[in-house]
Write a protein that binds this ligand. Structure first.
Ligand SMILES: Nc1ncnc2c1ncn2[C@@H]1O[C@H](COP(=O)(O)OP(=O)(O)OP(=O)(O)O)[C@@H](O)[C@H]1O
Ligand code: NI
Length: 318
């Protein structure tokens, strides 16, 4: 089946002016390729600052003015320009943004969900969407400042799903929600996918990703370091990158071992593997010139020069 979304070699740069007005380009997303087929939920998992929201914003063509993008993004086989994304947003492509500030502070909730339409059908759908997320019809009469954080998030999601979506970009849709509400949203994503939508589910929570996604893409400092099937996480030997394995060991059911060290700021990693400073099996060539290539390995992809060595190391660890 033709992918609904196809991203190839996407990089996002920010221009920074240094002392003396020298311009510098910071790469915050580097050479990202990703595909979503209709019916598929692809999770993007990464720590804070790894470039997840920039990915969402590049797809929707809403990056800040001081950024510049390389690579291609196709939607249903055609180039997705910022203009086309704007046209399709709210009709076929839906963004559930990370910040609840995306709600218009001066517009009542009901009007925002109905997106300016007033017919009976949209009223019915708006009620149904609110109800589905545990919000009463009276929520329609409230202004955003009258909502709690969790309510605002549920309103954002309700307003995204009153139409029949073909592509959903959900950027951390569950913080501020209790486990039941979060589960309800994720099972709704699954329903929409079963109805033919493609879903990009952005989260820092690997466990949550695994509970709903078909494929998991792991982000680290602006780079996709691994792409794995959800089933690969059943056992750590199936995973390919030392960072993905560290995330696996950090899951509560696998012993809660914290990932050591901190992720570098994406724009400052000039060369080699961004995980090199933390990696227990790092070699000299991991710090060599240029970006480590993404290679096919054991049915997935990995950006590591020594995946076999990582496997051995991990086998000795458990
Ligand atoms: N306007 C900007 N100018 C310069 N750098 C930026 C800008 N916006 C984002 N960045 C940088 O790009 C990197 C990725 O940011 P992004 O918001 O995509 O992270 P994220 O993975 O969504 O994090 P979080 O989980 O906290 O939402 C960060 O290091 C951030 O500092
Ligand atoms: Ni984000």
């Amino acid at each position: 089946m033709e992918p609904i979304l196809q991203i190839e070699h996407l990089s996002v740069y920010f221009t920074q002016y240094e002392r003396g007005f020298r311009k510098k380009q910071l790469a915050t997303v580097k050479d990202l390729s990703l595909e979503i087929a209709p019916g598929q939920i692809v999770a993007v998992v990464g720590a804070s600052g790894s470039g997840k929201s920039l990915l969402a914003h590049s797809i929707l063509g809403i990056l800040p003015y001081n950024s510049h993008v390389e690579g291609t993004i196709r939607y249903a086989g055609q180039m997705l320009t910022a203009e086309r994304a704007k046209e399709l947003r709210g009709r076929e492509i839906f963004l559930i943004p990370q910040g609840v500030t995306y709600l218009d502070p001066l517009m009542k909730v009901g009007a925002q969900i109905r997106k300016g339409r007033k017919d009976q059908e949209i009223r019915r759908r708006s009620r149904a969407a609110l109800e589905r997320y545990g919000l009463g019809a009276d929520t329609e009469e409230l202004y955003p400042f009258e909502l709690s954080g969790g309510m605002a998030r549920r309103v954002l999601i309700a307003s995204a799903v009153t139409e029949k979506p073909r592509l959903i970009i959900a950027d951390e849709p569950t913080p501020g929600l209790d486990a039941r509400a979060a589960k309800r949203i994720l099972s709704h994503f699954r329903e929409l996918a079963d109805d033919g939508a493609g879903v990009l589910f952005i989260t820092h929570d690997l466990e949550l990703a695994l509970s709903v996604a078909d494929v998991v893409t792991v982000f680290y400092a602006g780079e996709t370091i691994e792409q794995a099937g959800t089933e690969d996480f059943a056992c750590v030997e199936n995973l390919r990158h030392p960072y993905t394995r560290a995330l696996w060991h950090a899951m509560p059911e696998h012993g809660f071992k914290a990932v050591e060290g901190t992720q570098p700021y994406a724009g400052t990693v000039q060369t080699g593997c961004p995980y090199a400073a933390q990696c227990p099996i790092c070699e000299d060539d991991c710090r060599a010139e240029g970006q480590i290539p993404l290679t096919a390995y054991k049915g997935g992809t990995v950006r590591c020069l020594h995946p076999e060595k990582g496997e051995k190391y991990d086998a000795g660890r458990t």
